[in-house]
Ligand binder design. Structure first.
Ligand SMILES: Nc1nc2c(ncn2[C@@H]2O[C@H](COP(=O)(O)OP(=O)(O)OP(=O)(O)O)[C@@H](O)[C@H]2O)c(=O)[nH]1
Ligand SMILES: [Mg+2]
Length: 214
């Protein structure tokens, strides 16, 4: 995916603030600190477009990023903060549930889990909740660079088993440090969103190379 233009659009607190139009949306869910903002920045090759919330666990907004005028990334508020009150947690749940149930442009959810640790009870709940809505999902195991290569299969197996993921749900290893998983994720996102990986006006990399060599 060639990133031509990226832009933070809005921190939406509810449906009236969601962008109009029908650009496909790809949502990102996961615990606070799992690496959602880092993944967005790596996917978009921007150092600091998506920032960590100033008040972790408090931000109850859906953050919209527009890419190439072709699709949106929608960053969910992170879950898993012990200090969040019951009413805040409920407000969070209501907002997410309504979004998942009603948001027509939503094409794909990336659920992020930390590859180092078995999924938490909240990760499992989130996964079950997302599956319930029948929205296409990819589980992304973040921080791959923090686990040695030889240990990857073991960790991935724990994730798949703990979440109860059927074989057809993709599980992608990702690192925002090394860029591992970036190409694979882009091709899955483009397919789910129904957008071309390379726009017709732009030859794919290998086509360009062929032309240059010729
Ligand atoms: N080594 C390594 N560190 C990472 C990776 N992804 C994220 N981190 C680090 O993990 C911490 C949290 O990353 P964020 O991207 O801010 O996490 P987040 O999920 O957006 O957190 P909230 O916005 O609080 O929900 C930061 O210190 C990142 O530098 C990764 O792939 N590898
Ligand atoms: Mg963040």
């Amino acid at each position: 995916m060639k990133i031509k233009q990226t832009e933070f659009v809005i921190s939406a607190v509810g449906p009236s603030q969601y962008p109009e139009g029908d650009l496909p949306e790809v949502a990102l869910a996961g615990r606070s600190n799992v690496g959602k903002s880092s993944l967005i920045n790596k996917m978009l090759l921007r150092r600091n477009l998506a920032r960590t919330s100033q008040q972790p666990g408090k931000t109850q907004t859906l953050n919209y990023y527009r890419i190439n005028g072709e699709l949106f990334f929608v960053d969910f508020p992170g879950y898993g903060y012990a200090r969040v009150s019951k009413s805040e947690r409920e407000a969070w749940g209501k907002m997410i549930e309504r979004y998942l149930r009603e948001r027509e442009p939503l094409k794909l959810v990336l659920q992020l889990v930390d590859v180092r640790h078995p999924p938490s009870a909240e990760d499992v709940r989130m996964y079950e909740w997302l599956s319930h809505y029948g929205i296409p999902m990819i589980v992304v195991a973040t921080k791959a660079d923090k686990v040695s290569r030889s240990q990857w299969p073991k960790h991935l197996k724990v994730i798949r088993t703990s979440l109860g993921m059927p074989g057809h749900v993709p599980l992608v290893l990702f690192s925002s440090e090394t860029g591992q998983g970036r190409d694979e994720l882009w091709s899955m996102i483009a397919q789910a969103a129904g957008i071309p990986l390379n726009s017709p006006s732009e030859p794919a990399n290998n086509a360009q190379e062929t032309e240059n060599n010729g």
